[in-house]
Every structure is written in C-alpha cells, then in structure tokens.
Design a protein. Structure first.
Length: 367
C-alpha cells in the first residue's frame, strides 16, 4: 500500500513539509503497551537541527496522540499521532515550482503527480516527514528495550573523517543514546562537525555512513526468502530520505574474501551457541542468528545547495541554472541517526510480531 510499511505491524506516514500537520499511524500494536512520551521526546531531540551544521528551521515537534491510547497505554487499535508544523517559509519555494532541483524528488514527483503535488518545502518528499517516523518509531523503540533489545547508530564516516569502530556494544549503544552528535570518538565528532560547517559556508553539502548495532535479538526471526531480515530492513531503510546504500555485516567486503575468511566459526559457550566472528552481521539465510545485528547505511549529501547548478525549467521547457534558496542542511546524516534507529525499531517490531504474535510486545520480560 502507498505510504504504508509492514506486515503484522504497519506504519503509515502522511502530511507535507509546509502543511498544517505531519503524522503517522501505527496499526497492529499489542494492547497494553506503555507509550513512553519521554522516549519520543528524546528521539525527536536527537533528530532536531542544531547550530551551523543543520537547517535554521526549528519546530517544536510536540506530539499529539489522537487515537489508540488511553491513560498512556495502547488499546490495540490504530494509534495515530500528529505533529504541527509552524516554522514554515513557503515563499522561499515559489521560484522552484517549475525549476527542478537536481538530484531532488522534484522532477520524479512532477512525472508521478502531474503538477498537483505540494512543492512547498519539498512537500510529502521532505525530510520533515521523518519527524513523524521518529515519533512512531520511538514507541516501538521503547517496547524493544522492555524486551532487552537495544539499538544504537553512530556516524562511522563523514566528509573523509572516520569514527572509531564499535567496541563494547552495550556500553556504546548507551553512550550514543545520550549524545547529540552521534560519533563515538569525541575528536572525530569535532572534526566531522567542522567539515559539515565548512561545506555549508561554501554553499555545499556532505554525506556520510551510519553504522547500526542491535543487541538482544533472539535467533530464529525472519523468513528464508522474500521477508528476510535483510529484505525487511532494507525496504524500510531505503524509505529514509537520502539513504542510497545498505549493507549487512561485512557487506560488499565479503566479495573479496575466501569462504574460510568470510565464515563465522561457531562454538558453545555456557550451553549457548555463539560465533567467533560476525562477518554475516547476525543474519544467516535471512534469519537472525542470535549474534548482534550489524548494518550500515550510505547517506548522500543534501541535494538542496546554494551553489549554482545546471537544471531545467519545465514550464518554459528550457535549460537554466539554480542556486537553491531557503533553509537547508549542509548535512542530514547526523540527524538521520535518530531516523535510522526509529525505522529499525519499527521493522524489527514487525518481524517479531510475525514470529511471536501480536501480544508479544506487551508481554513482560526479556526475550
């Protein structure tokens, strides 16, 4: 279905960047789940713009729960949330109604919606819509934590600067949950922010790579063919604006290894099957192995930049140049950390609901 993701647990997104509201509907949540508003606010804070490395647009992002919740607990019927838009400057986009922004959704949207699409602020294609995705995902994120499943994402590479690798996953995930900028190394984080600010000052933008770790997932989740763990997560992750690549475990690097180097040797430890390495990223045959789930997302540079670019005017049917006006991020990758965490939480809750049933997420105790 259009604008809807999921099988047993679904999320539907709606709204436009400069419309009155954006929002989301979660359907298939177990009855009896506590809705953690503090976690929603925390994850929206991590997504929010700040300083010279982000857009100057600032929204309150106060979430209204309008259905599916009574006294802070889910009813089991569709949960709909709304977030009001306030800090909009639609006039900045008037000239871009017919002048297409390169590598943006403008021209594909024109082809699909024949000019009826809302072009203000990117409309339904705007990264603004991810605020609703984060709010919905935060509900799933909190539910997973109650089951002993934890998600953390760091900015492993940005503008030629590398972060340190994951170490103690439990400790690193906890640290990331409290860090406004998602670098594990303080030095790397400072250098990344300088590079982002420099690109912005040049009227340009940069991208990066996000690496995500999930711990506590039970073995045996996922299906062997079309609803593999990789397939379901990739479906969701490629829906996040600017994500252009997803790899699991060692990903493309496995293509250059021999089987003896790529295989994860297995052994028993205290009666539990584990592995000496995790080249497969915690997945085998499309199904979780019980090892940490590891994947990376490549995020492209923000396409809306102040530098002049060659493009077309579809009204005049002629070539032209465009320097994008308005308020735009010199990088979105650091803000996308919260979006990837939220998207991952929704996808995993769907997979777990398929495997264990609707009431699983409301049941007390870890997996």
């Amino acid at each position: 279905m259009k604008n809807t993701f999921g099988n047993a647990l679904t999320v539907t997104l709606f709204g436009e960047s400069h419309g009155a509201y954006i929002g989301a509907t979660l359907d298939g949540l177990a009855p009896g789940m506590t809705v953690d508003m503090d976690n929603i606010r925390r994850m929206l804070f991590l997504r929010a713009p700040r300083g010279k490395i982000s857009t100057a647009r600032h929204e309150a992002d106060e979430v209204q729960l309008v259905s599916g919740v009574v006294d802070g607990v889910t009813t089991g019927t569709p949960l709909t949330l709304l977030i009001q838009n306030g800090d909009t400057k639609s006039g900045d986009y008037a000239a871009m109604k017919t002048v297409m922004r390169p590598s943006h959704a403008d021209y594909p949207a024109q082809c699909k919606y024949h000019g009826f699409q809302d072009t203000r602020g990117g409309g339904h294609f705007s990264g603004r819509i991810t605020a609703a995705l984060v709010a919905a995902g935060a509900i799933c994120h909190a539910a997973l934590q109650e089951k002993g499943i934890f998600i953390g994402t760091h900015l492993s590479r940005c503008a030629g600067v590398d972060d340190r690798a994951f170490g103690d996953l439990k400790a690193d995930i906890k640290r990331l949950s409290e860090k406004p900028f998602p670098a594990l190394s303080e030095e790397a984080g400072e250098n990344m922010q300088k590079a982002i600010a420099t690109a912005g000052a040049d009227g340009d933008s940069v991208g990066g790579v996000l690496e995500t770790a999930v711990i506590g997932l039970p073995a045996g989740v996922g299906e062997p063919w079309f609803d593999t763990v990789e397939g379901v997560l990739a479906h969701m992750l490629f829906s996040v604006p600017a994500v252009k690549g997803v790899e699991f475990g060692d990903g493309f690097a496995l293509a250059d290894k021999r089987g003896s180097e790529a295989n994860d040797a297995m052994y028993y430890e205290n009666g539990i099957v584990t592995a000496a390495t995790n080249h497969g990223g915690g997945i085998g045959g499309g199904i979780t192995s019980g090892m940490p789930l590891i994947f990376r997302c490549a995020v492209k540079p923000t396409p809306s930049i102040a530098k002049e670019q060659k493009t077309v005017d579809i009204a005049k049917k002629e070539n032209t140049v465009l320097a994008v006006k308005g308020r735009h991020d010199p990088a979105v990758v650091h803000r996308a950390r919260a979006v990837v965490d939220a998207a991952t939480a929704i996808a995993l809750c769907d997979l777990l609901t398929v495997r264990f049933g609707t009431d699983f997420l409301a049941e007390k105790g870890e997996v």
